[in-house]
Design a protein around this ligand. Structure first.
Ligand code: AMP
Ligand code: GLY
Length: 426
């Protein structure tokens, strides 16, 4: 069968690569894809943008696609799954009503409160003056978030009151993020260690994926601006078996039960961004209604089961009858970003060394790349995610960085310390 993957990042390259390994898949089409998906055997790109839902529907029909898998949040929040289903097409991801868990921070916070699911205390504001009064009353550190989708740029962790006030002036006063920041959520600052927890859901049940952790800050030591993620590894030792059980019991199960009870059963990948405090108590920082990028890349390196079987089981409401098998070896991925990322970046630089003769335990996933006249050029902020498996996390890190050193493009920047928090624990 043919499968369509919507999106163009490293996550989508990894999804296409893994889905193509299913014996039931003849071809994976990626819309719009990148140079990595263009070159992957059995995978090809179709030039349809991820927000062009009519174009995607047309593509799925003319190509006789049996299943569409949606990578990014933007088409999910726009209702791509509802449109596909209404035309009788099989499409994996949450419907628009359930995608609000990511599409609106206010919706997510109110949902969490209604169901007594642990999260930071908060208040929501559309007007600058009461918002300023609230942060002054609460004091710093405090967190200011744009309500809508802002591609990772909508969160300011303000260590001082002046920073919090500046963020409010930018978002509510100067409308720096447009409609996404017409409303803001102001949250209590949570202390602890972050963890990403991703589950596959069939509307009622959750099948946890291998644990993972990303590094959101641009610079070594977790300094510098927030990004979409500069690297990731799996498993994440912060999620001990005991914490894992607490996350399922205190966060995931009540979330799925609450969504089902509200008529918005969650089918798809649900990603809970969590803060784990010193006592091991998990609290929700945010929900994403899709796989994480770059977490997906090391997670899928470790997945031994057929991903198509898992997705089919979730779509058909029978996750209780499926099991999943993981490579016990850890995997680690390093993002190679263009100069200027996460701000404005230069495009069109030639990438070399990405196709060196790496060992089978190394995989280079593409994100911001394109093919032009037979050359691979940069075309975005995060260019590649270089992943490796290893007998332990230190070995995975060594292999990944050895592969990184063979790759070049002008302005290439990357963190040298991906995995350091987990290595400190091993
Ligand atoms: P988000 O986009 O909501 O995941 O936020 C981006 C990053 O900001 C998170 O990964 C955390 O590092 C940080 N963050 C968000 N909310 C809080 C909070 N309430 N307390 C502390 N850090 C936070
Ligand atoms: N790596 C974080 C995210 O995908 O949102």
């Amino acid at each position: 069968m043919k499968i369509l993957v919507i999106g163009s990042g490293g996550r989508e390259h990894a999804l296409a690569w893994k889905l193509k390994q299913s014996p039931r898949v003849s071809e994976v089409i990626v819309a719009p894809g990148n140079a990595g998906t263009a070159l992957e055997p059995g995978v090809r790109n179709a030039a349809v943008a991820m927000h062009d839902i009519d174009g995607l529907l047309h593509l799925a029909k003319v190509e006789n696609v049996a299943l569409t898998v949606v990578g990014p949040e933007v088409p999910l929040v726009a209702g791509v799954v509802d449109r596909f289903r209404s035309e009788g097409l099989r499409c994996f991801g949450p419907r628009k009503i359930a995608a609000q868990l990511e599409g609106s921070k206010t919706f997510a916070k109110e949902f969490l409160a209604r169901h007594n699911i642990p999260t930071a205390r908060y208040a929501a504001f559309s007007d600058l003056i009461p918002a300023l009064a609230y942060v002054r009353a609460q004091g710093a550190p405090i967190v200011v978030k744009a309500d809508g989708l802002a591609a990772g740029k909508g969160v300011v962790v303000a260590l001082t009151l002046a920073d919090a006030e500046q963020a409010l002036h930018d978002m509510l006063g100067a409308h720096a993020l447009g409609a996404a920041s017409a409303r803001v959520v102001i949250e209590e600052f949570l202390d602890g260690e972050e963890a990403s927890y991703i589950v596959l859901c069939d509307g009622r049940r959750a099948l946890p994926l291998a644990t993972s952790q990303d590094h959101k800050r641009r610079d070594d030591g977790d300094f510098g601006p927030n990004t979409g993620g500069m690297g990731a590894y799996s498993p994440a030792p912060v999620v001990t078996p005991e914490i894992d059980a607490r996350i399922l019991r205190e966060i995931v199960e009540p979330t799925l039960a609450g969504m089902a009870a509200e008529g918005a059963p969650f089918i798809g990948f649900l990603y809970a961004g969590l803060m784990i405090d010193r006592g091991g108590a998990p609290r929700v920082i945010e929900f994403n209604v899709r796989l994480g990028d770059p977490e997906t890349q090391p997670i899928l390196m470790r997945l031994r089961s057929d991903l198509l079987d898992l997705i089919d089981a979730a779509l058909d409401g029978r996750l209780d009858r499926i099991s999943v098998s993981w490579d016990p070896r850890p995997a680690l991925g390093v993002v190679l970003a263009a100069q200027g990322y996460p701000g404005k970046v230069h495009s069109g630089d030639i990438v070399s060394g990405h196709d060196a003769a790496f060992t089978p335990d190394v995989k280079v996933f593409h994100a911001g790349t394109k093919v032009e006249n037979g050359k691979i050029l940069t075309s975005g902020g995060r260019v590649l995610t270089v992943c490796a498996l290893g007998t332990d996390l230190a070995a995975a890190q060594t292999h990944a960085y050895a592969a990184v050193r063979r790759i070049r493009f002008d302005g290439m920047q990357y963190r040298r310390d991906i995995g350091y928090r987990a290595l400190g624990k091993c």
